[in-house]
Design a protein around this ligand. Structure first.
Ligand code: CTP
Ligand code: CA
Length: 226
């Protein structure tokens, strides 16, 4: 139902996409997570496969079907996602990190269900590894695209992440504008490149945003190979 010849730029290009939330276990029944549905990352993985790229989708827990043509690796925690991404990184040409990775996890996970007691409960949280920052530090030939989910100063914070994580492009993503952010089928983003490119896109479907992100990524891949 699709032609791999339509986008010769993507033939043989190896793409890693991460998507969805991560889950950080407290005990056998409880976890910390976030509102990510995975829709944006699945749209990117599906669109890249449609264009003829070799796509590995590393996904946190979602209810979405596997995008046709992509190899899908399901993970739970930030730590698992870190290992699956890092072990494939050296072979990748493009990494798109749309996953909403938990920033913190419980410092201790309990083997048995924690029983309630009277009064309050405190859970100490420790930082997870910043996967994208690690990729930026270990970058060789790869093109790195990150997302920045922000509720204020969207472009400003996104530019900060572009620099701090050594990215080639950041997708600045408003999570407060109507129809944009978590769970929705549409998204409002601005694409910001390390080459000075800046494109504010209108409210689009996540499918259309995926196409725009990959069009820009193809341009960067071409620039780098020349
Ligand atoms: N990211 C990651 N590993 C983490 C946290 C974030 O790879 N442990 C990636 C996300 O997949 C995204 C980018 O970093 O592509 C930015 O994530 P975001 O949550 O917007 O920014 P943070 O750097 O985590 O900063 P903060 O949450 O404080 O805004
Ligand atoms: Ca974060």
């Amino acid at each position: 139902f699709f032609s791999r010849r339509a986008h010769p730029d993507w033939n043989g290009v190896s793409v890693i996409v991460t998507a969805g939330p991560t889950r950080e276990t407290i005990d056998p029944v409880r976890f910390f997570s976030n509102r990510s549905s995975g829709k944006m990352g699945y749209a990117i993985a599906g669109e890249a496969a449609k264009r003829g790229a070799e796509v590995t989708l590393i996904s946190g827990p979602t209810v979405l079907p596997d995008p046709p043509g992509a190899e899908v690796i399901r993970v739970d925690s930030a730590e698992e996602m870190y290992h699956e991404v890092l072990s494939r990184y050296h072979r990748a040409d493009l990494v798109v990190k749309s996953a909403a990775v938990a920033d913190y996890r419980p410092a201790e996970t309990f083997q048995h269900k924690v029983k309630k007691t009277d009064g309050t409960m405190n859970i100490e949280m420790e930082r997870t590894t910043d996967i994208l920052k690690t990729l930026g530090e270990q970058k060789e030939h790869q093109i790195l695209v990150g997302f920045a989910a922000e509720s204020e100063n969207v472009a400003g914070y996104a530019r900060g992440k572009l620099d701090k994580k050594n990215l080639d492009m950041v997708v600045a993503n408003s999570i407060v504008e109507a129809g944009s952010g978590f769970q929705t089928d549409t998204n409002k983003v601005t694409l910001i490149g390390s080459n000075g490119m800046e494109k504010e896109l209108p409210l689009l479907t996540k499918q259309e945003v995926a196409q725009a992100v990959l069009d820009e990524a193809a341009r960067i891949l071409k620039e780098k190979s020349q």
